[in-house]
Structure formats: C-alpha cells, structure tokens
Design a binder for this molecule. Structure first.
Ligand code: GLU
Ligand code: MG
Length: 445
C-alpha cells in the first residue's frame, strides 16, 4: 500500500517545460486534487514557481482529506488540526487551457517525501499496478454529464427541452462550439457530445486511455466545461441531482480489458464472447457493487438519482446493452467490447471510483467469481435487487466491505466515511429540493 512516489522531472525537462509555457503565454498553474467527497480543490502558482512546486510541493493540511461539501470539516482521530502534507503537481499530465491558465493534477505526499496513503490518485495508480501484476491492462473511458443553468443557478427555461434534440444543441451552439474548441486546446479528445435527457443537460464523452489519465480527464473536463459556461454567462452543475425530481447526472465509467494483449471481453467461449477471465471480471464487479456504492454514488443526493427508470444503473446486475443494469456490457464490435459501470455519479472522486471498479475486477479475477445470470429485460420485471439508495445504508455496507478496505486502505476508507457521514448529519431530514438547491454546484469546477 502507498508505495508509489511521483517522479521528479529533471532540471532539463523543467527548463524546457517553462519555455513551452512561456510560448503558450501561461501565467499560472492550477494544481488540483479531488477530495474523498468528490470536490475538486486547488492551489494556484505562477509560472515562475512551477518547477519549485513540482520538486517540493505546496503545503496542505491533512484536513484537505476531510473537507465536506457544506464547508464543514469531518475531523477524525487521525486527521486533526496538527500536521502538514505536500501537494505535488504531476507535470507530465500538465495541460495548457488558454487564457493564461495551465492545469496539472497533484498527488499528496508526507513532508518526508514518502507517499501518503490518503492520496486518491496514488491509490488508483496502485490498483492499476495490482491489475498489471495479474497480466491485465485496463483502458478506461469517461462519460461526463452536466446541466447548464443560468449564472445564478436558476433553471434555463427558454423553451421545452428536446432530449438528443438538434434544437437543444443549436440553441447552445455558441457555447458548444467554444467548449469543443477549448477541449481541443486542453488536449481532451472528444468522441461525441449531445443534449441529454434532462432539461439543460449535455453529455460529452472522451476517448479511452489508461486509467489514471482517464480520471485526470474527468477532472480536466469539469474545469474546461466550468470555464466555458462562465464565459457564456452560464453555470454548469455536476451534481447527481441538479434539480430535485429531474434527471440526474451520471459519470459512467467504461472499461475494456486485455490479458497480455488478448481482449478479455470478446473472442471467448462465454456469453457474448466473454472469456473465462472476462466473466470473472464482471462477476467481481456485480458481486462487490452493493458494498462500494458509498464510493461510486455515496453523496447525500446520490440516492435520489440511483432509482429505477433513470438509466442510472440502479440494479445490482449485468446485461448486454441493458441500460437499467449497473453493469452494461457494450459489445458493438468484437474488438471494442467494454463494460460500462452506470451507477457512478459525479459526486464520486473519479480516482477512487476508477480504483474501485478496477479493484473489484482484481477481486473477481483472484477469486474466480462466477458470472451471475444475465438480466435481459428491465431488471424491475425480474424483481431484481436494487443497489442501496439510503446514504446511511450505503455507508454501512462500505464500512463492512472487505473489498473496499483492500482497495482504498484503512486511512482513505475512514476519511471517506467521515466525510459522507458528516453529510448525513448535516442534511438529515431536510427537504430534498432544498438539498438539491444548496448543493447544485458543490461538485463543479
Ligand atoms: N443521466 C443518466 C444517469 O444519471 C444516464 C443517461 C444515459 O446516458 O444513459 O446516469
Ligand atoms: Mg448519458
């Protein structure tokens, strides 16, 4: 656990990077980390300070790991007011965003330089390594959903929304075209973009990549979308439930898998061409999901989204192209078969959500978890069990999940539980629409 140290770039590479950033007219770098409650946090440094920041990091109190969405701090016996950590940007992942700003994801280390067990990006990297130790490589793609609102957070109500509508897209053409251009500047490779089901809702999906880069992209996309919305005099909500009773935002994760270069989700003897290992991978996810919903969809609002009929993957089952199943097997063409985990929402930390999905795959492969029966209809018709939607129940299941303990480690698990339990007590008994209003931009950038 926590054996990974972010490498330091050499002096030559840092000088070269500084020259590149000078040519790109970069004034400042946004150094970000996402906390266990899924909120992106940042420090900004000037271009002149980037190399030094990369080498020695910026100070960050341990309480960064227990900041809460209402600005409370869920102190634990281990995470109090004493101590300090270092936050170091991974400059290999730096992107220039335009307008003088660059961005890089950061990792936490102890002051001694040793890695912090509370670093969520480091945690994902370790899970990727664990998968690699089994000979397995995962490729991950993110779907990003968001709801555009007026700058003050009010719903946009110019005319009735047409989901997947050309009108909905063209009404926001200026915003969309500039956003796609910004994505290009930031090196985000957009697969497609469309008007989603909910009023004012859009989705952008990005090309698959290695898991850490994919989680980075989910963070970067939020920043790029947030900036584009501001420029257009709008705002973008990444809440699981931007407006109570309306469509939720998902943050679906697609994973394809290969073992020493051979696809695991196609070309095998199992259903739809799954290999024996591919079956165990899906078996591991389906089996472990009820225990990790507290990570994937664990916020106080998540349960309002994770409901039957919302295509949010509310049921703990799998099925080929089944949009109500938490695990949808997408098998368009043999070579590109992938698993879509649909229950994930944007209140999840993308590094932890990806680590959990991959960690359950590791677990399935190790235990050779059998593939459960496929659900080929609406899971409600088969009276299939749903995932927990009550936040307390989801957190209790998370506390008791052996898989979660292994994947996250004790420190991160305890920080995450503290933050989410704080949400339970802060918002308990409140009107759902008041909570949705209060938290509409809690996960925005
Ligand atoms: N907005 C839906 C969700 O909350 C997903 C719709 C879809 O893309 O299938 O997950
Ligand atoms: Mg969608």
């Amino acid at each position: 656990m926590a054996s990974y140290v972010l490498p330091v770039l050499g002096d030559g590479a840092l000088v070269e990077l500084d020259a590149d950033l000078g040519r790109a007219a970069v004034t400042a770098l946004a150094v970000t980390a996402v906390d266990p409650g899924g909120v992106p946090r940042a420090k900004f440094v000037t271009r002149e300070k980037i190399a030094e920041t990369h080498r020695s990091g910026l100070g960050a109190a341990p309480s960064w790991h227990v900041f809460c969405i209402d600005n409370g701090i869920a102190f634990t016996p281990e995470l109090g007011v004493v101590g300090d950590q270092r936050l170091r940007p991974d400059l290999r992942a730096l992107r220039v965003l335009g307008g003088g700003l660059a961005w890089a994801p950061a990792e936490f280390s102890e002051q001694s330089g040793s890695p912090s067990p509370l670093c969520t990006r480091g945690r994902l990297r370790e899970t990727v390594d664990e998968l690699a130790s089994l000979g397995v490589t995962a490729t991950v793609g993110c779907e990003v959903e968001f709801v555009l609102t007026a700058a003050d957070g009010a719903a946009l109500t110019e005319r009735p929304w047409s989901c997947y509508g050309l009108t909905a897209g063209l009404d926001r053409e200026d915003f969309l075209l500039r956003l796609l251009d910004d994505c290009r500047t930031a090196g985000l490779d957009v697969v497609q973009c469309h008007a989603e089901y909910g009023d004012g809702q859009f989705e952008i999906s990005f090309s698959p990549s290695d898991p850490v880069a994919a989680a980075d992209m989910a963070v970067l996309a939020r920043i790029v979308i947030g900036r584009a919305a501001r420029r257009a005099g709008l705002a973008a909500s990444f809440s699981p439930v931007p407006f109570a009773g309306g469509s939720g935002n998902g943050a679906h994760i697609h994973v394809s898998l290969d073992h020493d270069g051979t696809p695991m989700l196609s070309g095998g003897p199992g259903p739809h061409g799954l290999t024996v290992e591919g079956e165990s991978a899906i078996g591991g996810i389906v089996d472990g999901l009820p225990g990790v919903v507290g990570v994937l969809a664990g916020s106080v609002l998540s349960g309002q989204r994770l409901l039957p009929g919302h295509w949010s993957g509310a049921f703990a089952c799998w099925g080929l192209e089944n949009r109500e199943a938490a695990v949808r097997l997408c098998a368009v063409e043999a070579g590109s078969a992938n698993i879509e985990v649909k229950c994930v929402d944007p209140s999840a930390n993308p590094y932890l959500a990806t680590a959990v999905v991959l960690g359950l795959i590791v677990d399935g492969l190790r235990r050779r978890t059998p593939l459960p029966a496929e659900v080929t209809t609406h899971p409600a018709d088969a009276q299939h069990r749903t995932l927990p939607t009550d936040q307390t129940a989801a957190l209790d299941a998370l506390r008791d999940s052996a898989q979660a303990k292994h994947i996250l480690g004790a420190d991160l698990l305890s920080a995450l539980l503290a933050v989410r339990r704080h949400e339970v007590s802060a918002f308990e008994g409140q009107d759902p629409s008041a909570v949705a209003d209060r938290l509409r931009f809690a996960w925005s950038a």
